[in-house]
Design a protein around this ligand. Structure first.
Ligand code: BMA
Length: 340
């Protein structure tokens, strides 16, 4: 396996191999902001916790974080997680053998609105564009943060970086109706170039991750090329019936798998979930039924924000018992399983 950034550290290729090798045993479980907060608690720098741990006695193997607002030099991200705390949680997860993945809900560089402000912006961020300096300065802040993620020996922590995700959806300023595929590809390449060449960020593995698609062509519509990508992702949430979701998830995973095998790249379900998990056996009868033997490296569930917006059970939640059954399956890998 190779890497897009030829100057990336050997640790990044080790991470890529580790991600690919997970599939020999099954797939990893991931959770966004798992140690930052959960239902009824926030990280207090004393107790290291997670709703996943509270229910199962183990942490996820994949730890998701988001650096939205780092571009402004803000002390905390868009969901109120202080960046200095995030850094410590990343160090701890890495020390324990976890895989770190980072997304970036970047603000709109033109309107200064949030990621969901769809004012056309992409075409203005390139050299000679009116917003080029702003964008480049934002990327410098992103680079500074990523280069500050170091382990206890002072060595950089490898990160699976997932910028400008769900680009085929209408909701982000980098999404297709708000920029063309050609503009998106240019955005990706320019971001890659700034981070890798200009700011010398050497600890990143780049993940391309569209939202749910209908066919391979759609999956690859915004693909910047194998020289700019290390791994393939896909985001997909259940909004309708179980039956419809399972069938669509299966189709989507088949596409992801076909592209992944063709490109010899690991692939993962970079976001998945059913908000509030009101289906008691969702873990074993919906998610695992589709993912078992699918070849995905991981499935990352989104954040546990409030009782109205969460994706992983907390103690006594309706799907908690099934979540334990799911966790105990030998092919579903949590943090302790990597030590086996
Ligand atoms: C979304 C929601 C938002 C959040 C964003 C970034 O899916 O959870 O509330 O701000 O992700 O984490």
């Amino acid at each position: 396996m190779s890497l897009a950034n030829k100057s990336a550290l050997p640790k990044v290729i080790e991470l890529k191999n580790k991600i690919a090798n997970i599939t020999k045993k099954g797939y990893a479980f991931g959770h966004q902001d798992t140690t930052s907060y959960g239902i009824g608690w926030r990280n207090d720098a004393i107790n290291y916790q997670s709703d996943v741990y509270a229910v199962t006695g183990d942490f996820p193997l994949v730890f998701g974080f988001d650096i939205g607002q780092i571009e402004h030099g803000s002390p905390q991200n868009l969901d109120g997680v202080p960046f200095d705390e995030m850094k410590m949680l990343i160090q701890k997860a890495h020390l324990d053998g976890g895989i770190i993945t980072i997304s970036w809900h970047a603000d709109n560089p033109v309107s200064q609105g949030d990621s969901w402000d769809t004012t056309p912006a992409v075409k203005h961020i390139f050299k000679k564009g009116n917003y080029h300096d702003i964008f480049k300065n934002w990327l410098r802040k992103v680079a500074d943060f990523l280069l500050s993620l170091k382990d206890d020996k002072g060595e950089l922590i490898p990160i699976a970086f997932r910028p400008f995700h769900e680009m085929n959806g209408f909701w982000f300023w980098w999404g297709n109706p708000n920029c063309s595929p050609a503009e998106y590809i240019a955005l990706w390449k320019y971001t890659f170039h700034l981070l890798s060449d200009e700011f010398k960020v050497s600890n990143l593995l780049f993940i391309y991750s569209p939202n749910m698609i209908g066919n391979t062509k759609e999956y690859l519509l915004n693909y910047p090329g194998d020289e700019y990508v290390d791994m393939l992702g896909l985001d997909m949430y259940q909004h309708g019936s179980i039956k419809k979701f399972k069938s669509a998830l299966k189709t989507n995973i088949d596409i992801l798998k076909e592209v992944g095998i063709g490109k010899n790249m690991p692939y993962a379900l970079t976001e998945v979930g059913l908000e509030k998990v009101e289906v008691a056996n969702w873990w074993t009868e919906v998610l695992d039924e589709v993912l078992v033997k699918s070849g995905v490296s991981w499935a990352l569930l989104w954040r546990n924000h409030t009782t109205g917006h969460f994706y992983v059970p907390y103690p006594n939640q309706k799907s908690a018992a099934d979540f334990i059954t799911f966790k105990n399956k030998s092919h579903v890998l949590f943090l302790k399983d990597i030590k086996l």
